[in-house]
Write a protein that binds this ligand. Sequence first.
Ligand code: SIN
Length: 520
Amino acid sequence: MPVVETGRVVIVGAGLGALYAALNLAPRAVLLISPEPLGQGASSAWAQGGIAAAMATADSPEAHAADTVRAGAGTVDAAVATSVTAEARAHILDLTAIGTPFDRDAQGGYVLSREAAHGLARVVRVRGDQAGREIMAALIAEVARMPSVQVLEGVMAVGLQVQGECVTGVAVAAADGSSDPVLLQGAAVLLAGGGSGGLYALTTNPPRIRGQVIGMAARAGAVIADAEFVQFHPTAIDIGEDPAPLATEALRGEGAALINRDGRRFMLALHPDAELAPRDIVARAIFAETQAGRRPMLDTRAALGTAIVDRFPAVVEACQRGGIDPVTQAIPVAAAAHYHMGGIAVSKEGRSSLAGLWVCGEASATGLHGANRLASNGLLEALVYGRRAARDIARGLDDAPQPKVVLALPQGGQSPDVDLIAELRRVMTDHVGVVRDAHGLQTALRRIAALEAQALGDANFLNMTATATLIAAAALLRQESRGAHCRRDFPVAKPELAQRSRLTLAEALALRQTVTETQE
Ligand code: SIN
């Protein structure tokens, strides 16, 4: 493989964590690898709700941390929750300073949305449901002004080079599969390439986000934490689109109700907070209604009426594409893979278990989210760890300018096998989804192994199957139900299992091998 050496820090990914880290590394030189044009294809840009931060006078970081720990169902690292929530305000002020147009009230205070499992309204937002897009636009404009940041678009990472226990390079190729890889050897590697939602057939994540970054690190030997904890969003708009558009939880914060085909508000009987119960509980209720054929729907009519048009334009636009008018009709919804609490295990500085490799954002597992992420803590975590990783990396570097990288990608490559990917996603939704059991998880592991055998060495697909294997294996090993991980054969939480999981790919593959050798 051709080798290109650079003194730049190589950042894999182009979402909020990646851009924020690049800015925080300045003036140290950065090369940012983005499969799509900046602002397209990253999960952050699709975020509707906003960023959780204790900005109200009645609020405090301690209260925010307590809600985070409570939602996380016994496996949040309390020290991480304390430190992340304490930093939240400073990051909101920094994003404001670079031009993010957060919604403000007549006194200039931040307008705050209420989302599930928060004790009070705590989510800073932009034009109702435009937070992700607007924050990303502000960051992209800032990156464009920063001479230290070089952006390579249309390129994706497919593997890591490891020497001993140290990451020494990133293999990159054309994002459309039309080239062979080139090995980039930089000053350090920061992975910020998103989570795993797109490994599922029903997801709210952008099409390219299919667990590749986690899988690539796992294949290089990095320890993966909390892989079994995948969050399903209760209100993906069910209009047959892939990915499914989101109906933000902030709608329920405004009083929107969940009803079924018979017009019954089924959450009232299930939790004292009804529609604002923790996300895992609402997602399971939606899933149960769907399975029972009772067609769950989000009814915004009484709570918002025509105000939904101005206040939640992205939701209205998606509804219109599906022929739904939310002013006069309830919105059909389904539970869809939305956020991976698990990922590459990192320290408080964002360091992975491999030297030379830092991780931030959804690809990482910091301990903040436990078994069930508190709404709108995802972007916050990306900001906090994006900056921490940048500062940690910067400590070992000088700030000498570096020449731009010129990448000549050799012709060749392998187009993605869309049928294999579709089958993998179907296996994950059918057997590693909202409700799991040993039989289904073992079936999933066998099917993933069979799909992998057909992949003919396609590194991108092998990164996906690595993450799929880790999720299914960790879910099989956790013989209890906790947060978003629900086992119908082990329906209650076991206090002695209230700890985070850690797994290497080698361990997950050994389990998969044992399962594969066992008769179905
Ligand atoms: C939402 O707006 O409902 C999503 C927020 C989140 O996933 O944090």
